[in-house]
Design a protein around this ligand. Structure first.
Ligand SMILES: C[S@@+](CC[C@H](N)C(=O)[O-])C[C@H]1O[C@@H](n2cnc3c(N)ncnc32)[C@H](O)[C@@H]1O
Length: 430
């Protein structure tokens, strides 16, 4: 995916008007300011919390204690900066497969009810992306009822999301009276509701990243929760979006492989072009993508600049599956391959080398420097048998994700004395 993406004006209304007004109203320290418009002064004030939260996400996995987003300072920061950032990834992913979204809406219209579970919902980021996308592009195809179930340990964060959805509903007649939101507070893996309800769509946004990769217990609970959900008849599909780093990308690849081993197999909407074993489920390389997209929004851009993280590319790993046979899934041509990297060769005058996704093993494709350059996420049409990649793996590449990068402990900066950690009661069992 490389095309600079276009966001609908509804996006700007939501992120430049509705959201900042809400945040100022609920999180401004000075009661007298609450009713005034959101200005640069507010953006500067909230930037401090955004910086702090951003550093926790990128440098400190220990930060992820249950309910960490219940703290007001971090909630306001998440809403103003991370909500638009993560929402944009879901929105673009949905925009890349409009036919799959149409099929989901159609399924809901036929039953007069579309049931969506948003796992680790936070402020309902993935659900909001769906509502904004559907409202902007399919306002006449909305099901009579859209039932959202949000699972999260941070009840207060979900509460903010509910208020924002209510504002969206108040503002756009097409949504009025259609949406219900059920909030389920606690560890989603332990919750029976996920298994007992029949959801049309499961949305997972930046949540698997928070299950400790070294915890077999965490992994087991994940498998069990997913298995219970999938054993039900008539389940729809699932979309996972996770950070672009190796642990997340490889976990998604492993989940994909497990799903494809089941008797009731899903079809893969994105990103895979084959249903053989993923060559990137372990080892040095992993599957992740970059989308060329400037996320619009005056305040998002302001905060990005404040973080020195102005964004032209959105980076993430993802997996989109469906169990619904009526969802159109693009069938790749036999010579079509997914390009997994930009060129691994720095010198533009030398032959260029790319990693391709072949079943079981990574393929390497060498092109002469005069041929057009390929980019991560593009599809490449093999022109001849001779061009088929040699089945070997490529040199190690550095992981690259600015949103939630995890540094080894030895490389982390010393914490300053005034950098007080928020205190969250540790709960047993995680
Ligand atoms: C990085 S935030 C992502 C929020 C939202 N999905 C998004 O993409 O913006 C991760 C969320 O997962 C929640 N969370 C983490 N582990 C959880 C668990 N085991 N059960 C329920 N929620 C969990 C956190 O409270 C937090 O709200």
């Amino acid at each position: 995916m490389r095309a600079a993406a276009v966001f609908h004006p509804i996006w700007n209304w939501f992120f430049d008007e509705s959201l900042p007004v809400y945040v100022k109203n609920h999180y401004s320290p000075n009661a007298a300011w609450k009713e005034r418009p959101f200005t640069d002064v507010d953006a500067r004030f909230f930037l401090k919390g955004v910086r702090e939260l951003s550093s926790y996400f990128t440098e400190d996995r220990d930060f992820f204690k249950p309910g960490y987003l219940n703290h007001g300072k971090y909630r306001s920061s998440y809403l103003l900066y991370f909500l638009p950032l993560q929402c944009a990834k879901f929105y673009l992913q949905m925009a890349s497969r409009p036919e799959a979204i149409e099929a989901i809406l159609k399924r809901g219209c036929e039953k007069n009810r579309l049931a969506i579970a948003d796992i680790g919902a936070g402020p309902g980021t993935a659900s909001l992306a769906f509502l904004l996308y559907a409202l902007a592009h399919h306002p006449k195809q909305l099901p009579e009822r859209i039932e959202l179930t949000w699972f999260d340990e941070a009840g207060a964060m979900m509460e903010d999301g509910v208020r924002l959805v209510e504002d969206l509903e108040r503002h756009f007649r097409a949504l009025e009276g259609r949406i219900t939101i059920k909030r389920v507070i606690g560890d989603w893996r332990k919750h029976r509701l996920l298994a007992s309800e029949q959801y049309d769509w499961l949305l997972f946004g930046n949540i698997l990243n928070e299950i400790s990769p070294n915890s077999p217990e965490g992994q087991l609970r994940f498998d069990r929760a997913m298995n219970l959900w999938m054993e039900k008849s008539g389940v729809g599909g699932a979309l996972f979006i996770e950070p672009a780093f190796r642990t997340s990308g490889q976990l998604l690849s492993q989940i994909r492989d497990q799903l494809l081993e089941r008797e009731k197999k899903p079809q893969i909407i994105s990103p895979c072009l084959h249903s053989g074993r993923c060559p990137f489920a372990s080892g040095r390389d992993w599957c992740h993508f970059s989308v060329l997209a400037k996320v619009p929004g005056k305040w998002f851009i302001y905060l990005s600049k404040g973080l020195s993280a102005e964004r032209e590319w959105l980076k993430y790993s993802h997996l989109w599956i469906t169990f619904d046979d009526r969802t159109p899934v693009k069938k790749p041509l036999p010579n079509e391959r997914l390009v997994l990297t930009d060129s691994l060769i720095k010198n533009p005058k030398a032959p260029q080398l790319y990693l391709l996704c072949e079943p079981e093993k990574a393929g390497r494709l060498q092109l002469s420097p005069s041929q057009p350059k390929l980019h991560r996420g593009e599809h490449y049409m093999m022109r001849s048998g001779a061009e088929r990649a040699a089945i070997t793996t490529a040199p190690r590449r550095e992981q690259n994700d600015e949103d939630f990068r995890e540094r080894p402990k030895s490389e982390r900066p010393e914490r300053r004395n005034d950098d007080r950690r928020m205190k969250i009661k540790k709960r047993p069992g995680r």
